[in-house]
Ligand binder design. Sequence first.
Ligand code: LLP
Length: 432
Amino acid sequence: MFVSENLDVNEKGNLTINGKDTVALAEKYGTPLYVMDEDMIRTHCRTYIESIKKYYDGQGMACFASKAFSCKEIYRVMQQEGMGIDVVSGGEMYTAYKAGFDMSKAVFHGNNKTEEEINMAADLGVGRIVADNVFELETLDRIAAERNIKFAVLLRIKPGVDAHTHSFISTGQIDSKFGFALETGEALDAVKKVISCKNIDFRGLHCHIGSSILDTQGFEAAAEIMMKFIKQIKDELSFEVSELNLGGGFGIKYVESDDPLPYDEYMNAVAKIVNSFCKENNITRPFILIEPGRSVVGSAGITLYRAGGRKIIPNIRTYISVDGGMCDNPRYILYQSEYDAVVANKASEPKTEKVTIAGKCCETGDMIGENMPLQHCEPGDIIAVCATGAYNYSMSSNYNRLCKPAVVFVNSESDRIVVKRETYDDIIRNDI
Ligand code: LLP
């Protein structure tokens, strides 16, 4: 009935998340409100960690790609669950560090890391850096020399795999700003270069083929290509790569027609490839890292809005406005992403209409979605948009000087604020 299995209806006919009444949550904390199911997030972490144990003898690390959802509390949860993290900026590193995260389990990404960020990574003891380009390799080597340390480095490789996803979020193909291309020889040159860097401990390779991917074929193809490259490096340069990071990108169920695989299927699929390749080619099995972001937090989250006015444009469409929009969920205006929505206080009623849920920003394209099936909705109703746990809060903005919503975590016992709602004073805090 609902896209995420943590959603249900209670005796009042209200939508629940992990058993908590969403209408009551909206009353208690106000709207718009991000609600995240902490238990589900933890379950997903355990699934990934277990899958590495089950299919790869535990010789790997699952790292939460924290660009999907970053705040101090999520890093505490990741720490408790034994996850690593992927960070892409000084801001993410700082947040994780301030939350007490063990930064040796952090992997630092990005196609243009600043010197300040690289120094910060060294100061905080970040465990691995994924280098994106030659300029960055030279910078890393120099900074490491200045500090008399060695950076543990992986190289980001474009494996040339087409991931069948939205072009803005597919990254493994040759025309991408991320990483070194295999087919042009750029990647092999980069490996030669990194081996020659005295202050770099070259660990291995990284690839990430894209995001929102609902099958394993792309991952298998990428694993195969990367293993062949590892063999080439061994054969031609006599260097044994010890780590292989296969990135993230595992898709989730946003709408009824999405059919994601159980998350442990990804490790199952790639481990088969890596295990047999190593056996057949007499290669030492690399330590494997994976970086799921969306699939850890996406289905765990919902956003609650209060409905405002209804606007019926005869023979065209019905708009329902909500008290948030592209500022808290820019994914429709960016990618035309589809979502499922429910009138939370009428969750047991049938969806009798198709509406456009419009945000409150001064922008025509500011919508949560078009043609969305919904229960009959009136001003004051609470609308829940489902599966908004990934890339919603993390990509939110203050456009139109709207305050960012609070984030509430619910678990089987309680609910608590983990990010406070912004105030108007927060909005002007840096204004002179
Ligand atoms: N690792 C690397 C190197 C990445 O670039 C990404 C995502 C991930 C892991 C995590 O991918 P995930 O498991 O979350 O799919 N803003 C877009 C998604 C951008 C993804 C960027 N990189 C969206 O809202 O769909």
